[in-house]
Design a protein. Structure first.
Length: 94
């Protein structure tokens, strides 16, 4: 498998961070067609140009970065589980 350097988008800072190891996409990679709101394609192209990569690579990096973050629901569930554990420990005298 061919690997290449990939700059990953950091949504918190709005900058790209150096990264490594994402498999290169090819013409035979999975493909999907999406409809973008007016103006979004231009914004993606400008961001991609600033980051020195294709619009496709920019979109893939952005999606991958977003999928690494826990969702708000997952974070809330973790807090609820921690509180429940705390209450159960109190009830059991721990």
């Amino acid at each position: 498998m061919i690997f290449r350097k990939l700059d990953e988008f950091d949504a918190n800072s709005g900058r790209t961070l150096p990264g490594m190891g994402r498999p290169r996409t090819t013409r035979t990679s999975d493909q999907v067609t999406i409809r973008l709101p007016d103006g979004l394609r231009d914004r993606i192209n400008k961001l991609a140009a600033r980051n020195g990569r294709s619009a496709n690579s920019e979109i893939v990096a952005f999606i991958e970065q977003g999928m690494k973050k826990p969702t708000e629901a997952e974070e809330r569930l973790a807090r609820i589980e921690a509180k429940l554990d705390e209450l159960l420990n109190r009830m059991n005298g721990k």
